[in-house]
Design a protein around this ligand. Sequence first.
Ligand code: M6R
Length: 589
Amino acid sequence: MCGIVGYWSETENAFDILLNSLKKLEYRGYDSFGFATLNNRDLMTERKVGKISDTQCERLPGNMGIGHTRWATHGKVNEINSHPHKDCSGKIAVVHNGIIENFKELRDYLEKTGHTLRSETDTEILAHLLEEGLKKGMSLKESVIRISNLVRGRNSFVALSSDTGEMIASRNGSPLILGITNGKEVFIASDIPAFLDKTKKVTYLDDGQICCIGEHLEFYDFKTGNQVQKRVIEIDWKAEEAELGDYKHFMLKEIMEQKETLISAMNQNKEHLIEVAKRINGAKGVFFIGCGTAARVCHIAEYVFSKVANKHINYITASEFENYEHFLLPETLVIAVSQSGETADVLDALNIAKRKGCKIISILNNPGSSMERISDYTFPINAGPEKAVASTKATTSQIAVVILLAYACIENIKEADRILLDLSGKVNDMLNPRYEAHIGYVAKQVYKNKDIFIIGRGINYPLAIESAIKLMEVSYIHAQGFAGGELKHGPIALIEKGTPVIALIAEDKTKEEILSNAMEVKSRGAIIIGVSPEKNEIFDYWIKTPKVDEVASVIANLIPIQLLSYNIGILRGYNVDYPRNLAKSVTVR
Ligand code: M6R
């Protein structure tokens, strides 16, 4: 949700670097973008509506600057609402990620005290509040500290002042990471890929901290005003992992990477698996929480734990978690599933759990994320940067870690390793050009339809819901997933001649019943796309999946659905990496 970049250099022109960095954060928001640079104490700005990669920019002079790509929250998508925002004097520019919850009262106050606000955004008040501080004789640092304590909600921002020639960042909620090189240049960004081609040495700004950016970096706790020391750590992501390479779209690249990422996901600290398994076995309640696709992984986890470990776990969509607060005890375990580790609803839920004294475990992709920092144990899924808005490789890696954890609960991690190794070999064989072409062919049969339904039973029921999310977000076709047995209780009324119904089938005890459910809709005119290891005469189209263990069938069945969604989105002419209205990391509630 919005991408922020900042750059300071002793000598270099900042603009080209900011532009390059911001393009890499486009997945965070792509409604509009903008830059501000400082050139000999002149503040220069440029703002445009649209996607940065599709738009021509004018190069601004100066050796330090900030940039922003917007996912609109307050105010329409237009140039006036684009960041950076400036104060009345035009000497302070601010880029911001988050939502200022007390925005209305602060805006009213500023207007009453004579400030002229030009945009509808909450961000603009930051620039005016900073201006007020400087007018009262504060330094920029003091003014940043003051307003960081004044605004409520999850807010991170970077301010640039032509009066003082300084750049200062403040973090509270949304991520900000510094990229450190040789002391001659400094990067700051909402996510590491923004500067991964320049440096792997990073410092994470923590919530409640500010950083004065320049030749010497200074960090302060904005609650106490005290200076703090920070560590520089080296991350082991490869720059090319965040690039398209030979692929046209990140989504396709990331689907194909599942040949390797399933193996990387298995690379877990065995001692941690065993310790967490003991906690799960001894817990008074286990809650898996996540949002969107990650919530579907939690739902799948319910089936995996039931089947493998004979254990009931609760899965809850993170935004609904507060309704279960009264069940939380210090012996309760809360397990967060997230690609970004920054999703606001999940963080809110984890804070509730923390207050109640619960232990927090997380299954995450993004190293150093906010969720990692509040977790007692983290299982990194090691999928590498996932840039397409639609989650693919992170999802299957999260499921792989869930399988490992469930088997750890019955002290049989070896069996999980066997299942996952078998699966990854078969996925490797499956993802060949002939297979891709066949899925392209099936996509051609259905891409003009207005609805697609997906059915599954058992562990393939939550997968049906996830399949609908994938299809909807990249093809904009109305898609809905159901438990096979549910159709005849209502949704079957929507089936008419030619409605595509995808049946997700595993070689398990639900197979015969789901085939019967498919038959029920076929006899009412539906076109059946069977996703299964074995062909069946009722299928109009068959997408073959490998024969794997029952819990692994969700991964084997999901990958072709990801490919089908991708192909349908492309056939309909959409930009599958950046679906409309969405953003990769949802840092607002
Ligand atoms: O970063 P997270 O995994 O916490 O994100 C959660 C959801 O926003 C995310 O899974 C979303 O539903 C994806 N666009 C689905 O493809």
